[in-house]
Design a protein around this ligand. Structure first.
Ligand SMILES: NC(=O)c1ccc[n+]([C@@H]2O[C@H](COP(=O)([O-])OP(=O)(O)OC[C@H]3O[C@@H](n4cnc5c(N)ncnc54)[C@H](O)[C@@H]3O)[C@@H](O)[C@H]2O)c1
Length: 250
């Protein structure tokens, strides 16, 4: 149970890698007790061991496509830390790349929508009642620039991320008067295992040419925005905040 009524707590999915992990570091550094939620048990336990020196954290294995497991993960967090003040729903995959819309397989479509969109909704449907019960909170959903503008050859990903922005706006309107702010963060290209997985020098050069700021983001640059939205963004709700080096400014 919570050791102090004043201590803040965070629930972060995708916490075993990349942006989610960087967010866990940022919230821990700010003094949040933090639930590290991820489907990757090996990486999750390793991250938990590494971050324990920074503050109170607990790895909770959970595949966000398993609604019952998400419910249990939220319950486990409340049972360990007493409440959820902040949630960052960052677990995600990009799926097949290089396929045009008519060639996207049904399997890829369903998998990407299940993880990136339904998974976010599933997390919110259990986080929101806990936040209502404890007097409010802040949720940040991880969308993408692909949730704001089109991107070719990843149709399921683009559809899922536009959906994340949509459900963020809808839920924000519903709960704004009940003390819950809900926003989306929309990263541009970030240097994480997800992008390193498909990066070749040619792809990297092409993407950098598209990016006004001329470099990829580091995960902590997304994490700091998420933490700021939760801690400082008291009049911000229903927004899709691009953290993209100017990608969507055109
Ligand atoms: N890296 C980028 O350039 C970039 C850009 C825009 C948006 N994003 C989004 O940021 C989020 C994090 O991406 P990242 O780059 O840190 O990737 P990453 O691959 O480094 O980390 C993703 C994490 O999510 C976890 N995960 C995947 N599917 C899951 C599931 N079903 N249940 C629970 N956990 C699951 C993975 O195990 C992994 O730890 C994703 O939603 C991604 O779409 C990333």
């Amino acid at each position: 149970m919570a050791t102090s009524a004043r201590r803040k707590t965070a629930f972060i999915t995708g916490a075993a890698s990349g942006i989610g992990r960087a967010a866990a570091e940022a919230f821990l550094a700010r003094g949040y007790a933090t639930a590290l939620v991820d489907r990757d048990e090996v990486a999750g336990r390793k991250v938990e061991a590494q971050l324990r020196t920074s503050g109170e954290c607990q790895f909770i294995p959970c595949d966000v496509t398993d609604d019952a497991a998400v419910r249990k993960a939220v319950e486990a967090t409340v049972s360990a830390f007493g409440r959820i003040d902040a949630a960052f729903n960052a677990a995600g995959i990009d799926g097949e790349k290089g396929k045009q819309t008519a060639d996207c397989t049904m399997e890829n479509w369903q998998r990407v929508i299940a993880v990136d969109l339904t998974g976010v909704w599933s997390c919110m449907r259990y986080q929101i009642p806990q936040m209502l019960a404890s007097g409010g909170g802040s949720i940040v959903n991880c969308a993408s620039v692909a949730g704001v503008v089109g991107a070719p050859y990843v149709p399921a990903y683009v559809a899922a991320k536009h959906g994340v922005v949509g459900i963020t706006r809808a839920a924000a309107l519903e709960y704004a008067r009940q003390g819950i702010r809900i926003n989306a963060v929309c990263p541009g290209m970030v240097d994480t295992p997800l992008t390193r997985d498909f990066m070749t020098p040619e792809i990297s050069a092409a993407l950098l040419a598209e990016c006004p700021i001329g470099r990829f983001a580091q995960p902590n640059e997304i994490a700091s925005t998420v933490l700021w939205l939760c801690d400082e963004g008291s009049f911000i709700t229903g927004q899709a905040i691009s953290v993209d080096g100017g990608w969507t400014a055109r």
